[in-house]
Design a protein around this ligand. Structure first.
Ligand SMILES: [Zn+2]
Length: 244
């Protein structure tokens, strides 16, 4: 392994803030029921785009700064020190490899989205908080990639197949499993994960009411997506998460 140049004080501050944000992201997702004992969230390294940070194998609600590990894009650990790793870490490495615009990734089994990966009824953008859904949320069919499996993204080939299905979209559903959500930063990836779950729930409620459903128009979608950063919500979520 190559040695890095010593980090400056400013770089150490940035790294500490990103680690703090990543810890907060884990707890926020748990607080909102997007993850439970399972699921994970990562952030790309602030100085080396070929690395990312992700907790050791642990329930997200329990994650602290000392649990955060670094990985290369092959999802090999750089500082394992005997710590157990998430089996599905390849989701993160393979998406970071092909999506330079992505800095944060959430993988979850958020309950309300599961039905939309199991039927041909598409998830559609029901309201402004989840307008990004209108950019398309493809469904990953693991059978098409690897036949009969235990459903888990347990190697790089499956991670690459999932990344291919995701393409340039903000999220992809995983049939019989969950979803992956990406963003240019942690607030965006976390906010999208929370509102993806809400959109799914609200869409089912709306359809159950009967009548014709009006979804966001593509033009409305692009106008909302251009300005949506979940920044105000993130400030609240983070403060509550770190106060515990
Ligand atoms: Zn999973």
């Amino acid at each position: 392994m190559k040695r890095r140049a010593p980090a400056t004080a400013a770089a150490r501050t940035t790294a500490a803030k990103l680690t703090e944000d990543l810890v907060a992201a884990n707890r926020i997702l748990a607080e909102h029921g997007v993850v439970d004992g399972y699921g994970h969230v990562s952030v790309r390294h602030e100085r080396d785009p070929n690395r990312y940070r992700l907790s050791r194998s642990l329930a997200p609600e329990l994650v602290a700064a000392s649990d955060i590990m670094e990985y290369d894009l092959d999802s090999n650990p750089l500082d394992a020190t005997g710590r157990a790793m998430y089996l599905e870490r390849f989701i993160h490495g393979e998406i970071y490899r092909v999506r330079p615009d992505v800095t944060a990734i959430v993988h979850h089994h958020s309950p309300a989205v599961i039905p939309f990966a199991a039927t041909t009824a598409p998830l559609r953008p029901l309201y402004h908080m989840s307008a990004f859904v209108g950019e398309g949320v493809p469904v990953f069919e693991i059978r098409a990639a690897a036949g009969m499996t235990d459903m888990l993204i347990r190697d790089a080939a499956l991670g690459r197949a999932l990344a291919r299905t995701l393409g340039q979209h903000p999220a992809a559903l995983m049939r019989g499993h969950g979803a992956v959500v990406v963003g240019a930063d942690l607030p965006l990836a976390v906010g999208r994960s929370i509102y993806l779950e809400l959109n799914a729930r609200l869409q089912v409620q709306t359809i159950a009411l009967g009548g014709d459903v009006t979804y966001l128009d593509p033009e409305e979608v692009s106008k909302v997506v251009a300005v949506q950063d979940y920044a105000r919500a993130w400030e609240l979520w983070k403060r509550k998460a770190l106060a515990k």
